[in-house]
Design a protein around this ligand. Structure first.
Ligand code: SF4
Ligand code: SF4
Length: 339
């Protein structure tokens, strides 16, 4: 059950949302892509309904809305520590696809249910409404069907634009009242892709021979350790700390947490000049196995939601999905030898 809105009514609704919420969604930024004359699609504040990019999946994810790239935690002087105010004064309404709604659940596991609750994440996350953008067709590189993230019911509203206006479904009482007033009741089910061109097999059992396999060595030279795959990933959540000093004596300043990447130099450096994962192949192995094995052991779901962004962004054309399939083939081979 849903409502059919004329486009002008949708714009009116959008305007009313804008008064109460910060509206965040995928926007096309012309000419700002990674190659010349290409566009980039990334999340940003929406001024108008027309700003939303529907055709193509975004290159970068929504995650900055709940996990800012740089977040001030507190300010310090010699005598005081003052907690920073929340980044947003208004709640946010985020437009996102099914795979990304699954991704926000992964972020919730990491930041809310991972032994203790992160209050900085909590205060942004609590003030968020999710608006599902359906996918009538699969994107080119996604493998959400393989990961079971192609469908979701965890949204506050679902929207589908069309030639005849906009169809919208709601699980949000306040919006229901608006829709009753603005639109006509119609049958509406959000679009979910049933098949992707890219299919991924997740290995059932990984033993030591997979972990020691020579395939990881290939990435020593192929991967340049730029970290782009982490920065676009909706479920990569690592950060590092930075202290910024306002005074030469270092006694006043602020502490920030800043997005970090397990693929870049310095991530595993430890005191005494040590480094746990020096080679890019070792970093690739850590990332891949975290996404398709280790996270699940702790939280029950695979960490990767199959959005395909890491495959699209890699300047060396390294495909995460192809790597997972290679690992699965290797694991099968090893299991066959054992039995
Ligand atoms: S690992 Fe790649 S495909 Fe999986 S969620 Fe992250 S960016 Fe998307
Ligand atoms: S896999 Fe690709 S995107 Fe990721 S760090 Fe290596 S070169 Fe960069």
């Amino acid at each position: 059950m849903g409502y059919q809105l004329q486009i002008e009514d949708m714009k009116q609704l959008f305007g009313r949302w804008k008064a109460d919420y910060i509206l965040l969604g995928p926007r096309r930024m012309a000419g700002e892509g990674m190659y010349s004359d290409t566009d980039v699609i990334r999340y940003g504040e929406l001024e108008n309904w027309e700003d939303l990019e529907w055709e193509q999946r975004s290159h970068y994810s929504f995650k900055e809305a709940v996990l800012p790239i740089t977040q001030i935690l507190f300010y310090f002087t010699e005598e005081t520590v003052t907690e920073a105010q929340p980044e947003r004064r208004k709640p946010a309404l985020i437009f996102l696809r099914s795979c990304d709604i699954h991704a926000i659940k992964r972020l919730d596991e990491i930041y809310l249910r991972n032994r203790f609750e992160d209050k900085y994440y909590r205060r942004l996350r609590d003030n968020v409404k999710l608006v599902l953008m359906g996918c009538p067709l699969s994107c080119d590189s996604g493998f959400c069907v393989s990961m079971g993230t192609n469908r979701t019911e965890d949204y506050d509203a679902a929207v589908r634009p069309g030639a005849e206006g906009v169809r919208i479904a709601s699980k949000w009482a306040e919006l229901d009242r608006e829709l009753e007033r603005l639109g006509a009741a119609v049958e509406f089910r959000p679009d979910f892709p049933e098949e992707n061109a890219v299919k991924v097999e997740i290995p059932e059992r990984l033993d030591n021979s997979v972990i020691q396999a020579p395939l990881w060595k290939e990435y020593d030279s192929r991967c340049v350790g730029c970290g782009r795959c982490n920065f676009v990933c909706p479920t990569c959540t690592c950060f590092t700390m930075q202290d910024i000093y306002y005074t030469d004596n270092g006694r006043a300043g602020e502490r920030r947490r800043v997005h970090a990447s397990c693929m870049v130099d310095g991530y595993t450096d430890v005191a005494g000049g040590g480094c746990y994962r020096k080679a890019n192949g070792e970093r690739m192995r850590f990332k891949v196995l975290h996404k398709i094995s280790d996270f699940k052991k702790q939280f029950g779901d695979q960490m990767c939601v199959g959005c395909g962004r890491c495959d699209d962004i890699c300047p060396e054309y390294i495909s995460f999905s192809a790597c997972v399939n290679r690992v699965a083939a290797l694991a099968k081979e090893e299991n066959r030898h054992e039995s």
